[in-house]
Design a protein around this ligand. Structure first.
Ligand code: HEC
Length: 122
């Protein structure tokens, strides 16, 4: 009988120590804690649907360059003041899309975030 209590005691201690260091106690470090980076895939519909009416290949209506793929759009942000053009006030000269209406602010914000995230393609 003594041996039985002994085994019972030992196994209780072992079981308790197991449960206090369970993996459930660890802080979650999954992807949900890191904000996703914005990529070209999330902003391209604006360029494809709105800008490419003029910024096609070849460009139409006097537009100076195409905006139909990742390279075009990245180049226009870096060297052609694209961010400035889309954030001018409604009715201001040079606002893109030409002739308005101004893009929704949420779309403008997303394109700015894409730039801040490093203009990733994917
Ligand atoms: C209705 C035709 C039209 C649409 C739609 C349009 N553009 Fe333009 N865009 C032009 C024309 C014409 C010019 C040249 C005149 C000027 O610079 O304002 C131009 C110039 C630009 C320039 C300056 C290029 C340079 O080298 O100086 C940028 C940047 C630009 N557009 C971006 C855009 C973006 C982004 C969109 C979509 C949100 C867009 N455009 C939609 C006609 C258009």
């Amino acid at each position: 009988m003594k041996a039985f209590y002994c085994i019972f005691l030992i196994s209780s201690v072992v079981l308790m120590s197991c449960s206090t260091n369970s993996i459930d106690d660890l802080e979650p470090i999954g992807n949900e804690e890191l904000p996703d980076l914005v990529t070209y895939q999330e902003v391209r519909s604006t360029f494809d649907n709105i800008c490419s009416a003029c910024h096609a290949n070849p460009p139409q209506n006097g537009a100076p360059m195409p905006l139909i793929n990742y390279e075009n759009v990245k180049e226009a942000i870096e060297n052609r003041g694209l961010l400035d053009r889309i954030s001018r006030n409604e009715g201001a000269q040079g606002l893109m899309p030409l002739g308005g209406p101004r893009l929704p602010q949420s779309v403008i914000d997303l394109i700015f975030q894409w730039n801040e995230d490093g203009l990733l393609e994917n």
